[in-house]
Design a protein around this ligand. Structure first.
Ligand code: ADP
Ligand code: MG
Length: 643
């Protein structure tokens, strides 16, 4: 934290000094443009890098910001503070509009829809001449600030201050529970919802914040250029923004800064043959030296580095063959881009980080949490209320012609471990999905604590006290173990955006408490040593344990475990049994789907058996095990499996 403050001050100092040292307006304007793009890219990275949604609509949002400022200045002579606030507000509102399709579609479809959004914005700006002057564009002068007319340098400083402020605010957001919610969406939307983090809500938040940043950048751009016209905000610009994130490296602020510098500088460098020769030679030398070091240290094979080495040398050679750049500019730009995207999938910053083996900030968080006083195990609540916790009646779940659940009744008593068994495909997981709102049952009623859950969202049901794990593990892979659990603790954060941006005492308190609780939960499942490890790097058994810790973070009254022992070794299964027993001791009711009969028999108080979507037996473990119908169901399915 201290280090980042220091870096911020040094960075701001350098930026402030820049126009004093470099008196050339061309370079001042160039750096100003980089800063403005960087502000937009911080926001775009929230959507692209963190929530994992594609947006090709950001040039449109940028345009809305510019035109809000432009129109306000032209029509009303509005002062800087008003135009900036209005641009952020108006663009954020359009961001909410852009989020609507993102709630329905993802991937290429979303790319198409956002692209259409950008195009429509451009057309509207062009056509609404009464407001925007259409293709003529709007001219505006450098703004007044507090009655003083800013000159080039002073405006540069305004942009520099806003850049640093944006950087700090965005960084704080992304390190908070809000940022974790965004990142969780990318990792697993289903799991996010089941951890009480509404995918719907956080997608909209992400787009709104992102759009607000684009609006801020757009308004500054209008003053910076002093002339805006519709064709600036075109398809090329939107692709360029996306490229900047990919090339710089997603999920880092330095990546956004570098990306902004690349997209502003690279086309300029490619304009001038002398400059291009110089740059391509430097690049070739860097790559050759880098490759040599890598191969020597055994970090890469000769074959792996061959293409980059040959490629950059060829590029350098080409620069001396060419006489002019004009015809080649775009092709070379394209090739360089492809090259970076293909070879450095985590972008340039990601590549540098992994080479220097720098750990992300998350491990630092885990370190910090380690020094906090640990909570005892009593982090869950045990409510004493009516004995029956869950009451599902006549549940029917139909997929087309298939009745995955056919008239199933399931009553679960508080404080018990309730086994749910049956051959593969008998409807066990479907039951969990129905209970957690992933599917809405075709018919039947489900009451949890006397209240119906049918038709409610997964997030809502989760917050009411039902937590779960998944048969096919659904962790947030790029997040650390600690962060995964912190997503489960999302409900314990009540700080809003302002609290986060200003780091109010309330937020600091929640943050500290959250980290301590998360660590206590990791300890509970024996993962505290791996708190700083990315979930995707954990061995399978540990991933399952992490899912349990994350589910417990919800502070549930009912915990659904879907085949938690699958793929575990014998000692692993023993540990799991101990953990499940401990969970019950804390007063949490458990529904356990399990294939290992010994596990079921040793810990379940009651067992329900499903077969082809129907309940065929129920009772204590011993009775069920000797039930002829159950034996037949299992043997029958074994026959099928052998056939
Ligand atoms: P289990 O967990 O007991 O092995 P499931 O609940 O996963 O079984 O599946 C029960 C049946 O429902 C299976 O035949 C499965 O193919 C079907 N099924 C589950 N989910 C869906 C779905 N989303 N669409 C269509 N069929 C499904
Ligand atoms: Mg299943």
């Amino acid at each position: 934290m201290k280090r980042s403050v220091l870096m911020g001050i040094v960075g701001l100092g350098l930026l402030v000094a820049f126009p004093l040292v470099v008196d050339n307006p061309y370079y001042i304007h160039l750096l100003e443009t980089i800063m403005i793009y960087a502000i937009l890219l911080f926001g775009l990275d929230i959507v692209v890098g963190y929530t994992g949604q594609v947006s090709l609509g950001h040039a449109g949002l940028f345009g809305i910001g510019s035109y809000t400022a432009g129109v306000l200045v032209m029509k009303l002579g509005a002062p800087l503070l008003v135009t900036i606030v209005a641009a952020v507000g108006v663009t954020a509102a359009f961001g909410a509009l852009l989020a609507l399709p993102a709630l329905r579609v993802t991937g290429p479809y979303l790319a198409m829809v956002t692209l259409a959004f950008g195009t429509i914005i451009q057309i509207l700006i062009n056509e609404m001449t009464f407001l925007t002057e259409g293709p003529l564009g709007i001219k505006l002068a450098k703004p007044n600030l507090l009655g003083h007319k800013l000159d080039e340098k002073e405006f540069f400083w305004v942009v520099a201050v806003l850049l640093v402020l944006s950087l700090i605010v965005v960084d704080r957001i992304l390190r908070s529970h809000l940022g974790r919610a965004f990142e969780a969406l990318r990792g697993s939307p289903v799991a996010s919802d089941c951890m009480g983090v509404s995918v719907y809500r956080y997608k909209v938040y992400a787009f709104v914040i992102s759009a607000g940043m684009a609006g801020l950048a757009g308004s500054l751009y209008a003053y910076s250029e002093q002339y805006i016209s519709p064709n600036t905000y075109n398809f090329e610009l939107t692709v360029l923004f996306l490229l900047a994130i990919i090339m710089g490296g997603r999920k880092t602020r330095s990546g956004a800064l570098l990306g902004a510098a690349i997209i502003v500088m690279l086309p300029k460098l490619l304009d001038d043959i002398e400059m291009f020769r110089y740059v391509s030679c430097t690049l070739a030398v860097l790559v050759v030296v880098g490759a040599a070091v890598f191969v020597k240290r055994g970090k890469a094979t000769l074959a792996r580095v061959a293409i980059p080495v040959v490629g950059t040398i060829a590029l350098a050679a080409l620069s001396f063959v060419l006489q002019t750049m004009t015809d080649w500019r775009l092709s070379i730009f394209g090739v360089i881009t492809l090259f970076v995207v293909y070879y450095l999938q985590d972008g340039i910053i990601g590549f540098i980080r992994s080479t220097l083996n720098m750990k992300g900030s998350a491990s630092a968080d885990a370190e910090a949490a380690r020094h906090l006083p640990k909570l005892d195990d009593a982090v869950f609540n045990a409510a004493d209320a009516p004995a029956q916790l869950l009451d599902a009646r006549n549940v029917l779940m139909q997929f087309g012609g298939l009745k995955a659940l056919n008239d199933v009744n399931l009553q679960v008593q508080r404080g018990t471990i309730h086994g749910l068994i049956g051959p593969n495909g008998s409807g066990k997981s479907t039951m969990m999905n129905v209970l957690t709102g992933i599917y809405v049952p075709t018919a039947g009623s489900i009451e949890f604590k006397g209240t119906s859950v049918v038709g409610r969202t997964s997030a809502d049901i989760a917050l009411s006290g039902i937590a779960r794990t998944f048969q096919n593990v659904q962790l947030f892979g790029e997040m650390t173990a600690l962060q995964n659990v912190l997503v489960g603790l999302h409900h314990s954060f009540h700080s809003n955006l302002l609290d986060v941006a200003l780091k109010t005492p309330r937020y600091n308190r929640e943050d500290k408490l959250g980290a301590a609780r998360a660590l206590a939960l990791l300890q509970f499942v024996g993962l505290d040593d791996l708190a700083g490890e990315e979930a995707r790097n954990l061995p399978y058994g540990k991933q399952r344990a992490l899912e349990i810790a994350r589910a417990l973070a919800l502070n549930p009254q009912l915990l659904l475990l879907d085949e938690p022992a699958a793929g575990l070794t014998a000692p692993g299964i023993k540990e799991l049994i101990a953990i499940v027993r401990k969970i019950r001791e804390h007063g949490i009711t458990v529904i356990l789907i399990e294939h290992h009969m010994d596990v079921v028999m040793s810990i379940c108080d009651t067992v329900t058996v499903l077969d082809f979507g129907q309940k065929i037996a129920e009772g204590n473990a011993a009775t069920v095990q000797s039930d002829p119908k159950v034996i037949e169901a299992y043997l029958g399915s074994a026959d099928v499996a052998h056939a």
